[in-house]
Design a protein around this ligand. Structure first.
Ligand SMILES: Nc1ncnc2c1ncn2[C@@H]1O[C@H](COP(=O)(O)OP(=O)(O)OP(=O)(O)O)[C@@H](O)[C@H]1O
Length: 586
């Protein structure tokens, strides 16, 4: 008399006794009686909605069905031999997609493991899909865990699928008509169904986020690109506008809801760092630090440009990570970035030249993102190249279109220079964007650089200014500081003035290191002079080619700062200004 015992057990649970059932099961039993007024002794058959109702449910869940389809198919391929049926229900519990063995159609339909079956708890009693909808958690409802006698042969395991706004949108369920007795026999089913639900959420988020940045995260580098655990969609200012359940769990506790939160409140990174986390860099290098000292691996996917052209495209390109976001109020950088943005959408080869650490690679990557075309990105570190490695990096000749970033092209070994020229000729779909710390024209002139290669990669030349000539140093300091420290931490006026007077031979690299040290040494929320490390290059003298006017311009005509940069005292600067006939700006 299993059925009788079942009813008795439900009554015991209602009386407050424990019978060894999982709390998810006993809680659901209580709801069935106390909330829905169900009778455990009745064996209600499965409820199947009408054709018209099913069409309506499917129409409303259309997007989720499309996102989930291939996940369902691959899950079914894995479990079909063990006679599992795979169901997708909508958030109301109605089965809107189904994979099962058609040879058992009658049995499946009779048990409700079929299209159109309604597994909502208030109608079907305790079931995996029904309990999952109520609790929002994965659950196995095994045999007589089911409330109604009609389903006590089944073993069902379900996991919730959340949409990118954190709302429960569907339930993925795998069920057996007959199953081995111990509930633990379904542990593997539980892992498979939760992993599949996670992949469906990811597919759904990706499908909805084509026009935005997506950041995918994983604790292990091996799974980052193939099966990440969490993902967020970010708008141009770095605010979260979509997330998967994995991200919710990862960041939960730090904020009541993820929507609208800035990503830098959870991770030590801003939207402008996203190009550094794109796939062209080795996975191990794409580390994202968390404020609690932990770290994850990140994979950023850039917004795909819409097919339309003109103003709309440009407006979208200006979103996060784009070229325009790389400089503050510095006229030269702004002019350069505007030119880069115009050139981005062409196939013109490009050389970005400038001192080390001026941000050439950063611009090159942002330029690739702004191409707005469906091209791959290949990055080649020229210093380490051998002929074999280069051939492998560029891939076989063919129709492939890609941006080819050649970092520090001047360091390409001489025997590889001619080869690169030939490889580019065979691969017209590659658009070279080279960075260089030297004057390549001069290097050709002196016989240090292969002439045909120079002409092969020369199109437009953009010269990135050194930090000491930029007028947006304050903007850069604040921006880099925000990335390293909470909003309250700031530079004292004297620390700012001291930094403004430095020559910055290491450019942004050096500025980053200085701020790293200052943030570490600073005790309160103001970085002051004692927190600043001494300049890496102790001779505070601007290079000779910088004219007095250049130095004064960069220092905003602040004589004290200019004096520090030039390594002389203030009165000497004044004397030189008078002697050279320079007029102070009004
Ligand atoms: N606009 C920017 N805002 C904030 N950080 C930046 C910006 N541009 C560059 N950086 C940071 O400055 C550092 C140096 O940048 P990058 O590697 O692009 O310079 P580079 O000129 O290519 O250097 P090298 O010549 O040594 O290869 C990097 O850590 C980069 O993330």
């Amino acid at each position: 008399m299993i059925a009788h015992n079942h009813v008795q057990e439900i009554e015991s649970v209602l009386d407050g006794r424990t019978t060894g059932r999982d709390s998810q099961v006993s809680d659901s039993w209580k709801r069935c009686v106390e909330v829905y007024g169900m009778d455990p002794s009745r064996a209600d058959p499965a409820h199947i909605v009408t054709e018209t109702e099913l069409r309506e449910h499917r129409m409303q869940a259309e997007r989720m069905i499309a996102s989930a389809r291939s996940g369902l198919q691959s899950l079914f391929r894995q479990v079909a031999r063990q006679n599992y049926t795979v169901l997708l229900t909508d958030a109301k519990g109605v089965c809107v997609d189904f994979f099962g063995d058609r040879n058992f159609e009658t049995e499946l339909r009779g048990s409700g493991l079929f299209m159109g079956a309604d597994w909502s708890e208030e109608l079907a009693g305790t079931s995996a899909a029904g309990a999952c909808i109520v609790t929002g958690e994965p659950v196995t409802i095994h045999q007589d865990d089911h409330f109604g006698n009609a389903h006590t042969a089944l073993s069902c395991t379900a996991a919730p699928i959340y949409d990118s706004m954190g709302q429960l949108a569907a339930v993925l369920d795998i069920s057996l008509l007959q199953s081995p007795s111990p509930k633990s026999s379904q542990n593997l089913a539980m892992s498979m169904v939760t992993a599949s639900a996670r992949r469906v959420e990811m597919a759904n988020l990706m499908a909805q986020s084509r026009r935005e940045w997506v950041l995918r995260l994983s604790a292990s580098p091996e799974f980052l690109d193939v099966d990440p655990e969490a993902a967020v969609t970010l708008d141009g200012s770095g605010r979260i506008i979509g997330f998967t359940r994995g991200a919710d769990k990862l960041f939960r506790g730090h904020a009541p809801t993820l929507l609208g939160q800035r990503i830098d409140s959870f991770l030590a990174l801003s939207v402008d760092d996203l190009p550094d986390l794109m796939r062209d860099r080795p996975t191990e290098d794409r580390v994202v630090n968390m404020p609690d000292g932990g770290a994850l691996f990140g994979h950023a996917i850039a917004p795909q440009a819409p097919r339309s052209t003109g103003a709309v495209t440009r407006r979208l390109q200006r979103k996060g990570g784009s070229l325009a976001a790389l400089a503050g109020p510095d006229p030269e950088m702004q002019r350069l970035l505007m030119q880069a943005e115009r050139l981005a959408t062409t196939d013109v080869p490009l050389i970005l030249s400038g001192e080390t650490g001026t941000g050439k690679m950063r611009i090159a990557r942002a330029l690739h993102v702004a191409t707005g075309k469906d091209r791959d990105l290949i990055t080649v570190e020229c210093a380490a190249q051998t002929p074999d490695r280069l051939i492998e990096a560029l891939g076989p000749p063919g129709p492939m279109r890609a941006t080819l970033i050649l970092r520090r092209i001047e360091e390409l070994p001489p025997d590889v220079q001619a080869l690169l020229s030939a490889l580019l000729d065979e691969r017209p779909g590659l658009r070279p964007v080279a960075t260089s710390c030297v004057d390549l024209g001069q290097a050709v002139h002196e016989g240090r650089f292969h002439k045909p290669l120079f002409y092969r990669i020369s199109g437009a030349f953009l010269s990135v200014p050194p930090l000491r000539k930029r007028r947006d140093l304050d903007w850069l300091m604040d921006r880099l500081l925000r990335r390293r420290a909470p909003d309250e931490l700031r530079l004292s006026p004297s620390a700012r003035a001291e930094l403004a007077g430095r020559v910055w031979t290491g450019n942004l690299h050096e500025l980053e290191r200085v701020l790293d040290v200052a943030v570490t040494l600073c005790d309160g929320d103001v970085i002051d002079l004692p927190d600043l490390p001494v300049p890496a290059d102790s001779g505070p003298v601007a290079p000779e080619e910088d004219s007095l006017e250049d130095v004064l311009e960069a220092c905003g005509w602040n004589m004290a700062q200019a004096a520090r940069r030039l390594g002389v005292n203030r009165s000497t600067v004044m004397r030189r200004v008078r002697r050279s006939g320079l007029a102070l700006p009004l």
